[in-house]
Design a protein around this ligand. Structure first.
Ligand code: PLP
Length: 401
């Protein structure tokens, strides 16, 4: 028999299935709200002008293609840390933040998982929200951590189950690892308020838990990179020493360039040095060193004052378009006379909206109206345009009333 005769067929990726069904649909007015990538108001992928300018500069500089060090392009990681932790961060000023470039956000999560599996002194269980980004569980399991869930989403309010979340944090064994979405929670679009974050920080501290922040959408949620970093910075001010996965896929539109960073706040520069050395030992056998092109682009965008200013405006432009599409969708549903409450569409934030539609309704939406999105009722607001929002609202209204 063949060596691989016993390999079982794996299930297809849920999002890929949607894209295939979308492609096969002959309806010229079909709408794809499955993919987690920004689209402009014409429904087209968007390369940020600041990113194009940075890339042009880099190409014109005719740099060589030598390897970066194991932890990547230093000008990039330095600027990435400043973006996340803020220009006034004591942890950075005191040289207590270990950081490495990573294969975008996913790679950062994986390095973090591997580091915690090897060195976290407590139980190697990570608690992720229910629901969470579909890949979290797999990334952490493959890193050797045990994965559990905490309450996050309230089906009845289509909002945050704050009491359930706090109660679950209090119920975790002392010193548990907790994964927190820093902003623009995926898939729900439901974020805690700043006051709720303060209470979450307190509960995490009282439990002696260890916070791991996943920040895949800094700037993309509110349009303001500082505002979106509130939770992370607040936790640090309160004495936590979290670790952090950063992605530049969404906020710089660098998706396929795979630009990210993993960092960890330590207590002293000596500790930072030791952590750095172990991160290198983890990364070296995984992929030796990260790709340089995207990191050079991100570095130019972050470090060149004029490009940085331009980029911040472009991030805000993307966030504002998404916020506007949320408002338009809600208005269109209300204008149609929908008896349902649609406040959650505008209360939620970031790329995704959790509509509250059931799996059966989502199936009907695809079959009857050629609107494609995941079965959990999540729609990518980035896929809505001023040209398709009316038809989308009509489709949703047809199915939900
Ligand atoms: N974390 C969350 C919550 C995400 O939504 C994503 C992307 O969709 C990622 C991490 C990582 O994405 P990437 O590896 O493309 O940076």
């Amino acid at each position: 028999a063949s060596t691989w005769a016993n390999v079982p067929q794996g299930p297809p990726d849920a999002i890929l299935g949607i894209t295939e069904a979308f492609k096969a649909d002959p309806n010229s007015e079909k709408i794809n709200l499955g993919v987690g990538a920004y689209r402009d108001d014409k429904g087209k992928p968007y390369v940020l002008p600041s990113v194009l300018s940075a890339e042009k500069k880099i190409i014109e500089a005719k740099l060589n293609k030598e390897y970066a060090g194991i932890t990547g392009v230093p000008e990039f990681t330095k600027a990435a840390a400043l973006l996340a932790y803020g220009p006034n961060s004591a942890a950075i000023k005191e040289d207590r933040v270990a950081i490495t470039q990573s294969i975008s956000g996913t790679g950062a999560l994986r390095i973090g998982g591997a580091f915690l599996e090897r060195f976290y002194p407590g139980a190697k269980t990570i608690y992720i929200p229910n629901p969470s980004w579909a890949n979290h569980s797999a990334v952490f399991k493959d890193s050797g951590l045990k994965v559990e869930q905490y309450s996050y989403y309230d089906e009845d309010t289509i909002g945050l189950d704050f009491d359930g979340m706090i109660s679950d944090i209090k119920g975790m064994p002392e010193g548990s690892i907790i994964l927190l979405h820093a902003c623009a929670h995926n898939p729900t679009g439901v974020d805690p308020t700043q006051d709720q974050w303060r209470a979450i920080s307190k509960a995490v501290k009282e439990g002696g838990h260890y916070p791991f922040f996943d920040m895949a959408y800094q700037g993309f949620a509110s349009g303001d990179t500082d505002r979106d970093a509130f939770a992370l910075r607040h936790f640090i001010e309160e004495g936590h020493t979290p670790c952090l996965a950063q992605s530049f896929a969404k906020n710089m539109g660098l998706y396929g360039e795979r630009v990210g960073a993993f960092s960890l706040v330590t207590s002293t520069p000596e500790e930072k040095k030791k952590v750095d050395s172990q991160i290198k030992i983890i990364v070296r056998p995984l992929y030796s060193n990260p790709p340089i092109h995207g990191a050079r682009i991100a570095s130019e965008v972050l470090n060149n004052p004029a490009l940085n200013k331009q980029w911040l405006g472009e991030v805000k432009g993307m966030a504002d378009r998404i916020i506007e599409m949320r408002a338009l969708l809600k208005k269109n549903l209300e204008d149609l006379g929908s008896k349902k409450q649609w406040n959650h569409i505008t209360d939620q934030i970031g790329m995704f909206a959790y509509t509250g539609l059931t799996a059966e309704q989502m199936e009907k939406l695809a079959k009857d109206t050629s609107v494609y999105a995941t079965k959990d009722g999540r729609i990518s607001v980035a896929g809505i345009t001023s040209g398709n929002v009316k038809r989308l609202a009509e489709s949703i209204y047809k199915i939900t009333g």
